[in-house]
Design a binder for this molecule. Structure first.
Ligand code: FAD
Ligand code: 2HG
Ligand code: ZN
Length: 490
């Protein structure tokens, strides 16, 4: 999908000229702060990491990347772009999965990568204030040394930025325990398209003084401004972390196991992740590693506990395992005995996204559905593609497999269709089928990845007209010229 035949470049936007680039060069000073394919010799290859998304599914044609080093520089860049009608795409680690982080045409990429300083940490309250371009894993390691933890964790932690996380309102693997960024983010600093700096870097947990404007930027996907810093409440890091990996016979038993986990593990439960056998087959085919359990099971789940008393927590988890096996809810299970095993069990879950694209492509649906119906979407989609003669072993079939996994504890399913090639027939079988299926059950077509360009057309399946109209009014208020991340969902 190299181009977007259905989208036309907005002629209101200026073409980038030498004069524009000269302004940015003078402003940013350093050569390292620009990737310039307009006046200097930056090649397609130099620009590729900014033009192409993580899945290599969406590609733009930007010829200029700016890497400001401060909020003031971001302010001057956006003000100039706004006055000169230059369109802009804010970019973090470029790990987003809905094509929102890359340009569509020749929009200028403003990367947060040089804004990567921790600004403040309070060892008593756990409040962290950091630049938007701090990599999530770097923030978490910094916190680990102080006995704290970042309240968000996800497979892309080594590349994604905390500013990108907040802009997508990423959910991830710890939401069950620490809640969403809408609760943990205490404040933001952002630059509006006209250059105004919105300094709302509150360090307070409670602040009921009018509209909570930061919430619009949390999950705003770069459409109303660029986040330059984040203030976030970080919990104490648990001393004892345990992980169990279980094999189960049916989705029904998985639901009962989840209920038992909540009852028996209570306050120490920190993750409950679902993986079906198809997702694990793919992981093992690609990685060729030893499976954690003997034999194969239709469903797997990963349970993590985080508490303060190692002995007490292990005992609780062992007792829980014994109980669910006695009740025949769980067929087989293993508990990590050390840090290496713990990481290896987590990789069975975190590594799915990386391995599933192995055959050429993936159609991704990141959905919220009431838990009892959640896996039926995978079964119905699988049947639909089989009935249409699109799924099979040999190369003549576009579909390799239909896979379900995700954050069961948050009723968030990742339906992934691994394909050998992107194919119009497969697309027609999937859409709007999947979206209608979700809307009928009052689910959400995007639980945590956002809308970007991939889900742009489908917002109406999850939001009514009044809501979408209000969103458009907000967009127009903040960004009247529409320069921020154009052509995307709003
Ligand atoms: P980018 O991809 O660069 O940008 C994402 C969006 O935010 C774009 O619209 C962009 O314009 C905007 N943006 C970025 N930075 C800024 C800024 N400073 N100001 C304003 N707008 C900005 N997501 C989950 O929710 N849960 C998961 O478990 C999860 N796991 C993942 C695992 C893998 C292996 C991968 C590749 C992705 C995963 N994701 C997950 C997707 C997720 O959205 C991103 O990984 C992450 O939150 C995006 O951060 P980023 O810095 O890469 O942002
Ligand atoms: C995860 O939970 C991510 O692993 C990615 O949200 C999901 O690749 C996906 O569809
Ligand atoms: Zn996820």
């Amino acid at each position: 999908t190299d181009s977007y035949p259905e989208i036309k470049r907005d002629s209101r936007f200026a073409q980038i000229s030498k004069e524009h680039v000269d302004y940015f060069k003078e402003l940013l000073g350093k050569e390292a702060a620009l990737v310039d394919g307009v006046t200097a010799g930056a090649t397609e290859d130099d620009l590729e990491p900014f033009n192409s998304d993580w899945m290599r599914k969406y590609r733009g044609h930007c010829r200029l990347v700016l890497k400001p080093g401060s909020t003031e520089e971001v302010s001057k860049i956006l003000k100039y772009c706004n006055e000169n009608m230059l369109a802009v795409v804010p970019q973090g680690g470029n790990t987003g999965l809905v094509g929102g982080s890359v340009p569509v045409f020749d929009e200028i990429v403003v990367s947060a990568s040089r804004m990567n300083q921790i600004r403040f940490f309070d060892e008593v309250s756990g409040v962290l204030v950091a630049d938007a371009g701090v990599v999530l894993e770097v923030a978490d390691q910094y916190l680990a040394e102080k006995g704290y933890i970042f309240p968000l964790d996800l497979g892309a932690k080594g590349s994604c930025h905390i500013g990108g996380n907040v802009s997508t309102n990423a959910g991830g693997l710890r939401l069950l325990r620490y809640g969403s960024l809408h609760g943990t983010v205490l404040g933001i600093e952002a630059v509006l398209p006209d250059g105004t700096i919105l300094d709302d870097l509150s360090r307070l947990r409670k602040n009921n003084t009018g509209y909570d404007l930061k919430q619009l930027f949390i999950g705003g996907e770069g459409t109303i401004g660029m986040i330059t810093a984040v203030s976030i409440h970080c919990p104490q890091r648990s001393k004892a972390v345990n992980v169990a990996f279980l094999g189960l016979e049916s989705y029904e038993k998985l639901q009962q196991t989840f209920k038992e986990a909540k009852t028996q593990l209570g306050e120490i439960l920190s993750a409950f992740e679902l993986m079906d056998s198809q997702s694990q087959d793919i992981f093992h085919k690609v990685k060729d590693n030893k499976r954690p359990l003997e034999g194969e099971h239709p469903f797997y789940c990963l349970i993590e506990t985080s508490g303060s008393n190692s002995e007490h927590d292990s005992e609780k988890l062992e007792k829980f395992l014994e109980d669910v096996m006695t009740k025949e809810l769980v067929t087989d299970g293993v508990v990590a005995e050390n840090e290496t095993q713990l990481r290896s069990l987590w990789s069975q879950r975190e590594g799915i996204t990386e391995t599933i694209g192995h055959w050429g492509g993936v159609y991704k649906y990141d959905v919220s559905i009431p838990i009892k119906d959640m896996y039926k979407l995978v079964e119905d989609t699988r049947k639909r593609l089989e009935d249409a003669g699109l799924k099979g072993e040999s190369d003549k079939y576009p579909v390799v497999d239909v896979v379900g996994y995700g954050h069961m504890g948050d009723s968030n399913l990742h339906l992934n269709i691994a394909v050998r090639r992107y194919d119009k027939e497969v697309e027609a079988a999937l859409e709007p089928f999947v979206y209608e299926w979700i809307a009928e059950r009052n689910g959400s077509i995007s639980a945590e990845h956002g809308l970007g360009i991939a889900k742009k057309k489908y917002i109406g399946y999850s939001r009514n007209e009044t809501t979408v109209d209000l969103m458009k009014q907000i967009k127009n208020l903040y960004d009247p010229n529409g320069i921020m991340n154009p052509y995307k969902y709003i």
